[in-house]
Structure formats: C-alpha cells, structure tokens
Design a protein. Structure first.
Length: 281
C-alpha cells in the first residue's frame, strides 16, 4: 500500500460516508452533525471506530492459519458522539488463500432504545496487483443494478440511476477517481459480491453477508473509490448510506441486549496457468 494512504482498511462505524449539518443544528462542530432526541451530536466522516484504541483478545498464528480478535466498547468520549452503550468485535482469519472478517455489534442491555448505525470496510489495494500489469486495465465485475446519487455535500440525495457492471469492466471506464461510485440494487441482497481482476488473470472476490438489512430506503452494498492516479483502489463493502443519521435511511437497528453480525470474505483466484501467487506489484 502506498505510504500516503492513512488507515489501510479501516472499519467505517457507526456512520459511512459524510454526515452533513441539519439547518437547525449548531455550527460549532467541526464535523457533520445529526439530531437525536432534541440534541445535536457531531459525527466524523466514516464514524469514529477507526480512530479508537481497540483491545486485542486473541492473537494466534500457526503453519495453517492466522487469527486475531479485537474489541471496542463505548466510553464517555464515544457517548459524546453516539449516545449508546455497545460492544463491537472483529475477528480476522487468514487461511487457504482466503481472508475472513467477522464483525459483531452488541447493544448494551441498559440502552433505552435500539442503537442504529451504518457500517463499511474501507478495504484498499495498491494497483496493479501484479508487477508489470496496467492499473487502468484492472477489471471490476459485480451484479449491481443501481447507482445512488450524491449532492454537493457528498450526502445521498435519495435518487438513483441504472448502473450495470455485470460484465468485467476496466477501471478506466468507471467514474471512480476521487468520487465514490455507490452501488446497490443487488438481486441477491443476502450475499452481494464483487470481483477485481488484474490483467495477469489474478482475481480477488469480495463477498459479504449480514444477519439483517435495513428494511426500506436506499442501501449501498459496495462503494467504489480510486485515487486520481489509479494507484489505489477501494472496493468498499457497505451496509449503509452516506448521511444515514440524518436521512434515517440505510440504518441497521439493534434492540437493547441484541446482537448483529456482518461477515466479509476476500478470496484469491490464481490464473489457471499460474497456480502460484505472482510477484506482488
């Protein structure tokens, strides 16, 4: 990964994308703002989980696999941004060429009402994946049918337009440079997938599943972004929406004492004529 990229693959929680400022919210916050129970709360872009100190519960490596489990809980500082008790855990496993991530969001039993959130993983790749390939010729394939539109504040407008990437499409033909392409409209909403293929034939397939989804409104399942030079590409899996805390769309809700799970898998497929991993780019 390039040195200029901060965070590598941060977890986006409890908000995805930008949270704007409602007209009747105070202007003193440097971040976006949302109103909840007649009080204004600030919310950083992509939430605050990425900037917190997580506790390491498990770290195990052997000849067959590697595993780590980390945990984050609410604090007085987090409640100034998000007035809920919670426990958030993530388990990362690497085995047989597949990276698996299992997230769990637990709502504290004393919460007076369901906690709400959007969630995403800002997974990032330096491209081309293989030395000697051309980054612009990297292809993307995903069975979406919609693109969700955003306004000048980078918030979802509630509008969408048809967008198909059902066949492998070069990155050079997708409007992803410094402007996210927010995709939804998946026929199989239970397990949407995206495949990224280097010109050499090396392919990475992302899939994600959740125990439940928001029941109405727009819902982004993959949010594609690349830097200006196409040296970095982010095929971010999401269960959420930009500015979800103000629009009240794209939000998962978990009742007090309840739990919600989200799983991501990243699988490597090597070219048929080169079963060994190629040299990284």
């Amino acid at each position: 990964m390039t040195k200029k990229w901060r965070g590598r693959a941060p977890l986006l929680w409890p908000a995805t994308g930008t949270t704007t400022k409602p007209k009747d919210a105070p202007d003193s916050h440097i971040f976006g703002t949302y109103l909840w129970r007649d009080r204004a709360y600030p919310m950083p872009p992509h939430g605050f989980a990425m900037n917190q100190a997580w506790s390491v519960d498990t770290l195990r490596v052997d000849h067959a696999h590697a595993l780590t489990r980390v945990r984050l809980a609410d604090t007085p500082e987090s409640r100034a941004l998000y007035p809920f008790g919670f426990q958030l855990s993530a388990e990362y496993t690497l085995q047989d060429g597949t990276v698996s991530i299992a997230y769990a969001v637990k709502a504290s039993a004393p919460n007076a009402e369901p906690l709400f959130f959007s969630i995403g993983n800002h997974i990032s790749f330096q491209i081309p994946l293989v030395k000697g390939s051309v980054a612009q010729d990297t292809t993307i394939e995903t069975p979406c049918s919609l693109e969700f539109l955003r306004d000048a504040q980078k918030a979802a407008t509630g509008e969408s337009k048809p967008r198909s990437i059902a066949t492998p499409t070069p990155l050079s033909q997708l409007p992803v440079r410094n402007s996210p392409l927010s995709l939804g409209g998946y026929a199989n909403t239970a397990a949407p997938w995206l495949r990224m293929t280097d010109p050499s034939g090396l392919a990475l397939t992302l899939r994600h599943t959740a125990t439940s989804l928001p029941e109405n409104g727009a819902l982004v399942r993959f949010n594609l972004w690349a830097d200006e030079t196409l040296s970095c590409f982010c095929p971010e899996p999401w269960v959420g929406l930009q500015n979800s805390f103000n629009s009240r769309q794209g939000l998962v809700e978990v009742a007090p004492g309840g739990e919600w799970h989200w799983a991501i898998t990243l699988e490597i497929q090597h070219p048929p004529n080169n079963p060994r991993p190629p040299s990284p780019g």
